[in-house]
Design a protein around this ligand. Structure first.
Ligand SMILES: [Zn+2]
Ligand SMILES: [Zn+2]
Length: 144
């Protein structure tokens, strides 16, 4: 974790742009990333992962992991999502992941065994978007 955004204040004052780490979580056994994610969640009263991500110098997947840990540990209450909520998330989330092949942003990447297929003992993988992955296997079935 980078130190630049980890500015701790123990007083009750908020300083602009600072992430205030509440005393109770500061003394918990959670990891630094979970503490930071909780602090942003708490300070800005938001569950918006993109917003939380932008406040911190950590990767999106670490924000998501930290968030899940916080729910498990009872710091953040679990919310029920409807299919409509999830659709909205899919449409509004920024496509932070980059496909190794087409270099397009994607919400999801697949690990695909390449250049040697898994069934032939391949261990090397590329992380590609579902489009490229689908196209590969679809062409493969037509060409081979
Ligand atoms: Zn792609
Ligand atoms: Zn594949």
């Amino acid at each position: 974790m980078t130190k630049s955004k980890l500015m701790v204040q123990l007083g009750d004052d908020y300083n602009d742009g600072m992430i205030y780490i509440p005393r109770n979580i500061m003394h918990s056994k959670l990891g630094d990333k979970a503490k930071l994610v909780y602090s942003v969640y708490n300070q800005y009263e938001t569950r918006d992962m993109n917003f939380i991500f932008k406040q911190l110098d950590i990767e999106v997947k670490d924000v998501v992991k930290a968030y899940r840990k916080l729910i498990k540990a009872g710091w953040i209450e679990e919310e029920e999502y409807t299919p409509q909520d999830i659709k909205r998330e899919v449409l509004t989330r920024e496509k932070q992941l980059k496909c190794e092949w087409c270099h397009e942003g994607s919400l999801v990447l697949h690990s695909h065994h390449y250049p040697i297929p898994k069934r032939l003992g391949g261990e090397e993988v590329v992380n590609i978007c579902p489009n490229c992955h689908y196209a590969f296997h679809s062409l493969e079935s037509q060409l081979i």
